[in-house]
Design a protein around this ligand. Structure first.
Ligand SMILES: *Cc1c(COP(=O)(O)O)cnc(C)c1O
Length: 220
């Protein structure tokens, strides 16, 4: 079993003290591997692919909170709408409208984070500042969507300063838009930081990290 339980226990307890939530990113990993962390008390898991998340959610315990963190196509929202806990990668008004529609059909509210494009050349996805502003101004009619905060992915680089600056820019947008988030019952979420950069992210204000390879080993 490749799951690094010691790393999980150490990081979960360290971040628990700092009130930072940990999402275990289990994309490409097996149900057995997910259960290893589940047995240690982990309940938040992140997935990038709709098909994979649906299959795992059907097979695994019902109290797992599933976070969708990959690029979400509009025509696939329907499949995850019955059970998804948090869509972290909402990156257009069109997508939010579809999430709202499917949530309404399920008679529920779906919480989302808006994904902001902070890396200079890396990820293709995410809103720029102007688009974020536009989306924030158009949330009023989306009764079945709760925007709980922002998510971002820093550049894949060894340049720590660059990573820090990208997290700082997201952190300042988070502070700016916090009063307008529509998931009022929920603590505002700033999801930033992965295996290689979560410490910098937390120093810059992250309260939710998404960690895969440190827990589950490298993905093939
Ligand atoms: C894969 C992935 C992660 C986890 O990456 P690790 O480097 O394995 O910790 C976090 N966030 C997103 C959006 C991802 O796609």
């Amino acid at each position: 079993m490749a799951v690094n339980m010691e790393a999980f226990k150490r990081i979960a307890s360290e971040l628990g003290k700092k009130n930072v939530s940990v999402v275990a990113v289990s994309k490409t990993k097996s149900e057995e591997e997910i259960l290893e962390l589940y047995k240690l008390g982990q309940r938040d898991f992140g997935e990038n692919y709709v098909q994979e998340m649906v299959a795992k959610a059907q097979a695994l315990p019902k109290d797992i909170r599933w976070h969708f963190i990959g690029h979400l196509q509009t025509n696939k929202v329907k499949q995850i709408a019955p059970f998804v806990h948090l869509v972290q990668s909402a990156d257009s008004l069109k997508l939010l409208k579809e999430i709202n529609k499917q949530a309404k059909k399920q008679n529920r509210k779906i919480d989302c984070l808006l994904q902001v494009h902070i890396a200079v050349e890396e990820s293709k996805f995410g809103l720029d500042e102007t688009e974020l502003q536009q989306v924030m101004e158009n949330l009023n009619n989306l009764q079945n969507v709760g925007v709980a905060g922002l998510m971002g992915i820093a550049s894949f680089t060894d340049d720590q300063l660059k990573i820090r600056q990208e997290f700082q820019s997201l952190s300042s947008l988070f502070k700016k838009y916090m009063p307008l988030f529509t998931a009022k019952e929920k603590k505002p979420v700033l999801s930033m930081g992965m295996s290689s950069d979560y410490n910098i992210a937390i120093e810059e204000g992250s309260n939710m990290v998404r960690i895969g390879s440190l827990f589950f080993g490298k993905r093939s």
